[in-house]
Each structure stands twice: as C-alpha cells, then as structure tokens.
Design a protein around this ligand. Structure first.
Ligand code: IMP
Ligand code: MG
Length: 182
C-alpha cells in the first residue's frame, strides 16, 4: 500500500463488482434503437472509472470529454464551476448523454453540468457517479446511477487525486490527514 494512504476503502475486487452492477443497469436502461448513448467523461478524475465502465457495457456507446474545475489544490470545493474543456458537437439534440463522474461531494459540479447540457439542447442528460458522499451535499442533487456511498473522508486513487497525485492507485484509499493539513 502507498505510504500516504491510511487505509484502503474500496479494493480492486469490490470496484470491479460495483462497476459490473452499474453496467448492467445502464445496459438495461439504454437498450433500444431510439437511444444513442454518449458517455461524457469529466476529466480528469473519472478517466479510470469511465475506462472500466465502457468495457463492461454491451449497448453501443460513443464517448466524449469535458474538463471542469471546482477544486483547487485544496480538499474543499470552491463552488465555482469553470469549464476548461467544453463539449463542441452539432448533434447534441440526438445524444442521450450520461455524465460519468468520479465522486459527488457538494453536488454543485453535476447539478451545474446537467443544466448546462440541457440548455445546450441535449436529447437527454443523466448522471452516473462511482462514489457519493451524501453527507456533504450543499445542493439538492441525486445521481441517476451510483456505485457506492461513502462517509466524509478525503479519498484518492482510481482516478481521484490530491494535488494531482495518487490517480494511478488501483484502489480507493483514505489519504492520511497529515498529508493535507500542514
Ligand atoms: P462537487 O461539485 O462538490 O460535487 O465536487 C465534485 C468534485 O470534487 C469531484 O469531481 C472531485 O474532483 C472532487 N472531489 C470531491 N471529493 C473528493 C475526494 O474525496 N477526493 C478527491 N476529489 C474529490
Ligand atoms: Mg472530478
């Protein structure tokens, strides 16, 4: 285990079974000729989850990417959502967008993005998150699909970072608090 990690919260085997479950639900809901599923990965934290999820889906998918920031190098959301990489497509009115997010904390990022993509004219917009910290919610927001609810720990790994580190860890781990409180 990485020396900056206090303990592993979700190991590789659990992550695999959580994502398999989500993929089954999405397969069921997006089957059918009238659906055109666009997985929209929110960079950078969601890249590992997205990669695993898309391999497990059997319905046809297209993929795209947006990059937003709400966190600085700190462990608290600023609440201001900045779009750093936007979604430029002419065919949004035919796309059933599923926003793929690593974790929901305050809920501000996803509630903003859902409104934004609806305003841009997407055919439908839903959300999937691997991790959810419901106790931290500041706006009323429920994802359409979620992997697992976790307590209010700052976690890293499996795409999630602290100051751009730890994204490549194959598990979700609780970061030792002394790493970010000094
Ligand atoms: P929200 O807008 O407050 O819901 O923030 C969601 C974003 O905050 C996620 O996409 C992550 O980038 C980041 N975030 C929230 N909690 C954590 C955490 O425990 N570890 C790493 N990043 C986090
Ligand atoms: Mg993120």
């Amino acid at each position: 285990m990485h020396p900056d990690i206090d303990r592993i919260l979700i190991d590789e085997e659990q992550l695999d079974s959580i994502i398999t479950d989500i993929a089954h639900q999405i397969d069921r809901d997006y089957a059918g000729e009238d659906k055109r599923l666009l997985l929209l990965c929110i960079l950078k934290g969601s890249v590992v989850f997205m990669g695993e999820l898309m391999k497990k889906l059997t319905v046809p998918v297209e993929i795209d990417f947006m990059k937003v920031s709400s966190y600085g190098a700190q462990t608290k959301s600023t609440g201001n959502i900045n779009i750093i990489l936007d979604l430029y497509r002419q065919d949004l009115h035919t796309c059933d967008i599923l926003i793929v997010e690593d974790i929901i904390d305050s809920g501000k990022t996803l509630s903003y993005l859902v409104d934004y993509l609806n305003l841009k004219g997407a055919k439908s917009v839903k959300t999937v998150t691997l991790l959810d910290k419901p106790s931290r919610r500041e706006v009323d927001f429920q994802p359409d699909y979620h992997g697992i609810e976790i307590p209010d720990f700052f976690v890293v790994g499996y795409g999630l970072d602290y100051a751009e580190k730890y994204r490549a860890l194959p598990y979700v781990g609780i970061l030792k608090p002394e790493i970010y409180t000094h």
